[in-house]
Ligand binder design. Sequence first.
Ligand SMILES: Cc1cc2nc3c(=O)[nH]c(=O)nc-3n(C[C@H](O)[C@H](O)[C@H](O)COP(=O)(O)O)c2cc1C
Length: 224
Amino acid sequence: MTVQKYTKISYYKYRRKKIASLSKSEIIESSVLRYTYIIQSHPSDLKTQKYMRKIMTLLCAMTIMLSMTACAQNKQEKETKEMKKTLVAYFSATGTTKKAAEKLAKELGADIYEITPEKPYSSADLDWRDKQSRSTLEMKDKSSRPAIKGTCENIADYDVVWIGFPVWWYTAPTIINTFIEAHDLNGKTINVFATSGGSDVKGSAADLKKAYPQYNWGESKLMN
Ligand SMILES: Cc1cc2nc3c(=O)[nH]c(=O)nc-3n(C[C@H](O)[C@H](O)[C@H](O)COP(=O)(O)O)c2cc1C
C-alpha cells in the first residue's frame, strides 16, 4: 500500500517538478536510485520487488544504450572534424586581427593565410575621421576592390575557410571582397571572424552573406 502510494503520487510529483531540468540520462539515473530505495525499504513485498527489478533492468539497459549512442556520436563528430581541412585567411591593418587569426588557427589546427594589400595601409590611410582618407573612400564606394598581393593557390584543398578582418564602418573592409572574388569558394563552408573597437561581427557576416548568396556561410565569431 505504502509502495503503491509512493510510486503513484510521490514519483509523479517528483517527475513533474524535476523533469524539465533533467537530461535523458539524468532522468534514468534518478529513476534507478528511486527504485533501488523502494526495493530496499520494502523487502517483504515480493511482488513489488519482482516488478521493480524488472523496471531497474530495463532502465539500466536504457542507460547503457544511451551512453553507447552518445559515444558513437562523439566519435563520428571527432572523425568528421579531423577529416575536414581548414584554412584561416585574414586581413589585418594594424596587427590585432593577425593575433586573433593565429590563435584561431592554433585552436583549429588549421593552415593560415594572410590577405596582403598590394599597397600597405598607412596610419593616414586608416584615419576614419578624415573624409578623404583611403579607408574612408574605399568604404564609401562599395564597388572598390583594393588590390591584393597574390592569391591562395591551394584554396581547393580546403573544406572550411575562416575569413577574418577588422570591422571597418560596421562591416568588412572591401579588400575582403577582393579576396572572395579572387577565389573559388564553392562547396566550402565559409566562417567569419573579426576584431573591432566594439561593433559586433554579425552585421559584417550578414553583409557578406547578402553579397555572395551562392556560398555556404557558417558561423561568425567576434574575437576582441
Ligand atoms: C577605417 C576604420 C574603421 C573602423 N570602423 C570600426 C567600426 O565601425 N566599429 C568598430 O567597432 N571598430 C572600428 N574600427 C576599429 C577596428 O575594427 C579595430 O581597431 C580592429 O581591431 C583593428 O584590427 P587590425 O589591427 O587587425 O587592423 C575601425 C578602424 C578603422 C581603421
